[in-house]
Design a protein around this ligand. Structure first.
Ligand SMILES: *[C@@H]1O[C@H](CO)[C@@H](O)[C@H](O)[C@H]1NC(C)=O
Ligand SMILES: *[C@@H]1O[C@H](CO)[C@@H](O)[C@H](O)[C@H]1NC(C)=O
Ligand SMILES: *[C@@H]1O[C@H](CO)[C@@H](O)[C@H](O)[C@H]1NC(C)=O
Ligand SMILES: *[C@@H]1O[C@H](CO)[C@@H](O)[C@H](O)[C@H]1NC(C)=O
Ligand SMILES: *[C@@H]1O[C@H](CO)[C@@H](O)[C@H](O)[C@H]1NC(C)=O
Ligand SMILES: *[C@@H]1O[C@H](CO)[C@@H](O)[C@H](O)[C@H]1NC(C)=O
Length: 585
């Protein structure tokens, strides 16, 4: 009986929704069960009309695709829609809002008029919206806002006027919106924020002014905003930062000053911010950070210092027990500077992308680490001894890896996200077997593209079978390993015999090579033709000593060494390298 009664009711409700729907719009119940109308095809021209929109409608969304924007003029059509909770009219080139057009919408929570052509909103535009909580006017052409523009919006909590053309905030602009919590002003060329303006909004929790051409932090403003927890002043021209600037922001949790002109962070800069949790100082010119910049910042867990000019990381000791996320990408850091990271006992996520790293031979990664980004460096090998045990994510894309050792692959067997693309994978027996054995484990392994040997160049790893792998192409592992592969894995005796004869051949010419190596070692630097290597030369040479010189020089000058295809040549190469190591220093 119950269900019989319910079905017609449901049918009735749905037919109500569907019967009254403008052509080229969709009518539906949204996630909160509200009656909603969405018109998103664009091409609407002239005065806004709501023909066929049910009077029960609670949410109206009118928008358009980029290539078919609406050309709408506002009209007083909303008055009979007493149940409206949200109005979004966006991408519609609305030029102005009209007097009292939203009168009587006492249930309206959200008014979104982003991406229109509004130049000057006035107070009477918003009259009657006594319950409005969120107003979005982003991406219009607003030039100025008179004093008291929002004075009828007593309940307003969120005001967003981003990417307009406002150059100055008029005094008392925020008159009577004392409950405002979130203010977004990013993308207006304001240059300076006047303290006068913020007297009316002292409850603010979040202030954003990215790309506002600000030149300094202004304590007179923050003095009025003691409850601020989020401050975003990224992409401005702020040159200095010191503790007195932030003195009154004692509740601050998130601070973003990325994309400014900061050069140094002195001692005790954040001494008044015991709650500070996330700090973003990326994309500045910071070269110097004093040893104790985070005095009292007990709660700092995320620190972004990417794309600065850091050399010394000793300051990290002061947050070694709390920091969980650390971004150092884009700083050109020496191996010895990185050692301090090993002391960071709480660290879970570390970004060292684009740091000019050529080798990691001492322990850097603390055991707590779960996510590691090493992309866009010059790495060609990872040693299992320096790898953390419980990685969940590893990104080694855009390096110079030819292969990954079995030991490292075992450490990664429980990882969930692995990014391996854009390396110099050598799909041969020496390099690729550990990866090929696991090719079905993840999509990113299947997509690995071989760059050598010639026969499989450009092929995806998933298209390669183990029994078609060729012998080693480019030197990387010592001879004993190669032998192991030959005998133990595939038992191809013929190849082994080939290998043995090669050894004899090599013994014969190794003396010549050694002499070459020795005499040209000092000149080697000038032969390396890769810009990257030259730039990072210092650290590479420091880490790898002379073998790399030798190797680089010989592969450039030695006439035999252009064959990916010939087994014997490749193996000679390998011995060459070994020989360089023993003779090099
Ligand atoms: C309104 O609905 C009627 C009947 O469903 C339809 O003929 C008419 O074209 C619709 N008008 C608009 C503006 O959508
Ligand atoms: C307002 O509209 C714009 C443009 O359609 C949209 O990107 C944005 O998410 C909307 N904001 C809210 C809070 O719905
Ligand atoms: C926006 O308004 C200005 C005048 O205020 C007008 O010149 C311009 O064409 C309008 N833009 C669009 C896309 O309608
Ligand atoms: C910063 O503080 C440390 C420890 O208190 C001190 O050794 C160092 O000299 C200070 N640095 C500067 C630049 O004042
Ligand atoms: C911040 O750190 C202090 C001292 O360690 C602690 O008492 C407080 O609960 C922390 N606050 C937050 C929000 O984590
Ligand atoms: C991967 O899967 C394919 C197709 O399911 C299968 O032929 C191949 O043997 C598998 N490779 C490995 C290494 O398990």
């Amino acid at each position: 009986m119950y269900s019989i009664a319910v079905i017609p009711l449901l049918l009735y409700l749905t037919t109500q929704v569907w019967a009254m729907c403008p052509t080229r719009c969709t009518c539906y119940l949204d996630q909160k069960g509200r009656i909603s109308v969405l018109c998103k095809d664009g091409g609407m021209v002239g005065p806004l009309n709501l023909n066929n929109v049910s009077l029960d409608t609670e949410v109206i969304k009118i928008t358009a695709p980029e290539d078919n924007m609406n050309q709408l003029i506002m009209s007083p059509v909303f008055q009979s829609y007493k149940k409206l909770e949200e109005i979004h009219i966006t991408k519609s080139n609305v030029p102005q809002l009209g007097m009292h057009f939203f009168w009587g919408l006492t249930r309206l929570d959200v008014l979104n008029l982003s991406q229109n052509n509004i130049t000057q909103p006035l107070d009477h535009n918003f009259r009657g919206l006594s319950k409005l909580k969120e107003l979005y006017l982003d991406d219009n052409r607003i030039i100025s806002l008179p004093s008291g523009t929002f004075r009828y919006l007593h309940e307003l909590k969120v005001l967003s006027i981003q990417r307009n053309r406002i150059e100055e905030l008029t005094p008392r602009i925020f008159l009577e919106v004392g409950k405002l919590r979130v203010l977004k002003l990013s993308g207006n060329h304001l240059r300076e924020l006047s303290p006068e303006v913020f007297k009316d909004v002292q409850e603010l929790r979040s202030l954003e002014c990215r790309g506002c051409a600000l030149t300094r932090l202004n304590n007179e403003i923050y003095h009025l905003l003691p409850h601020l927890t989020h401050l975003d002043l990224g992409d401005n021209d702020i040159k200095t930062l010191n503790s007195e600037d932030l003195r009154d922001l004692t509740n601050l949790k998130h601070l973003k000053l990325d994309g400014n002109q900061l050069t140094a962070i002195p001692n005790s800069t954040f001494v008044y911010q015991p709650m500070l949790k996330k700090l973003n100082l990326a994309k500045n010119h910071i070269a110097k950070i004093s040893s104790e910049p985070f005095t009292n910042a007990y709660n700092l867990t995320e620190l972004d210092l990417g794309h600065n000019e850091l050399k010394n990381l000793d300051f990290l000791r002061s947050v070694a027990e709390t920091l969980e996320v650390l971004v150092l990408s884009g700083n050109h850091l020496k191996q010895h500077a990185l050692k301090v990271i090993y002391e960071m006992t709480a660290l879970k996520e570390l970004h060292l992308a684009d740091c000019g790293l050529a080798d990691i031979h001492s322990p850097i990664f603390p055991p707590s680490l779960r996510a590691l980004d090493l992309s866009s460096n010059h790495l060609s090998a990872l040693q299992s001894e320096v790898m953390p045990f419980n990685l969940v994510e590893l990104d080694i894309s855009s390096n110079r890896f030819r292969g990954i050792s079995e030991e490292v692959m075992i450490l990664l067997d429980n990882a969930q996200v692995l990014k391996f693309e854009n390396n110099m994978w050598s799909c041969d027996l020496c390099h690729i077997v550990p990866l090929l054995d696991r090719v079905n484990r993840s999509a990113s392994f299947r997509e690995v593209i071989c760059s050598a040997p010639f026969a499989v160049k450009g092929k995806k790893l998933c298209a390669i079978r183990k029994n078609e792998l060729s012998w080693c192409t480019v030197p990387s592992y010592p001879m004993s390993d190669a032998d192991y592969f030959l005998v133990a894995r595939d038992g191809k005796v013929g190849l082994m015999i080939a290998g043995t004869s090669v050894v004899l051949l090599v013994l014969a010419i190794s003396g010549v090579i050694a002499a070459l190596c020795y005499s040209r070692r000092h000149a080697a630097k000038y032969y390396t033709h890769e810009d990257q290597l030259a730039k990072e030369g210092e650290s590479i040479f420091e880490n790898n000593h002379s073998p790399l010189f030798c190797d680089g020089e010989l592969s450039f000058k030695f006439p035999l060494d252009n064959g990916d295809k010939k087994i014997s040549i490749a193996t000679i190469d390998e011995i060459k390298k070994e020989h360089c190591i023993t003779n090099g220093t």
